[in-house]
Design a protein around this ligand. Structure first.
Ligand code: THU
Length: 132
């Protein structure tokens, strides 16, 4: 898998961020089970709680198109700084994560950190818990 391509797609996603309130642009790109890529941006709202994060925008686009599993997700936020996914997005990533999902947190197109799910959401509550 080419992390750099996914990071550059996350930057493309970020360019569409709608952030009139925070001015904090976030972009995400996800690689699905069939190698298709979906991008997302954060979309804010005058009713702040209605805001949707970049990660969930990308994920909901892919799932609503019939995709099932995320092989990798790249996230970019502040210029030259690492922006980690919020708690709600970590939970949504967990819901659709492939067993060996890679979470790529990028500072710029050349510098990024790669994490696995257990590192960003230790002891996650998942569908497996509901089957017990
Ligand atoms: N944000 C994201 O898009 N993803 C995250 O994981 C963290 C937060 C957005 C939401 C809001 O538009 C802005 O960043 C500030 O919280």
């Amino acid at each position: 898998m080419n992390y750099k391509i996914l990071v550059s797609k996350a930057f493309e996603g970020r360019s569409n961020a709608y952030v009139p309130y925070s001015n904090f642009k976030v972009g995400a790109a996800i690689l699905m089970e069939d190698d298709s890529i979906y991008t997302g941006c954060n979309i804010e709202n005058a009713s702040y709680g209605a805001t949707n994060c970049a990660e969930r925008t990308a994920i909901f686009k892919a799932i609503s198109d019939g995709h099932k599993e995320i092989k990798a997700i790249a996230i970019v936020g502040l210029e030259n700084d690492y922006t980690y996914p919020c708690g709600i997005c970590r939970q949504v990533i967990a819901e659709f994560a492939a067993e060996d999902i890679k979470i790529i947190i990028a500072k710029n197109k050349d510098e990024y950190i790669v994490k696995n799910l257990e590192e960003i959401l230790p002891g996650a509550f998942t569908k497996k818990d509901l089957q017990k």
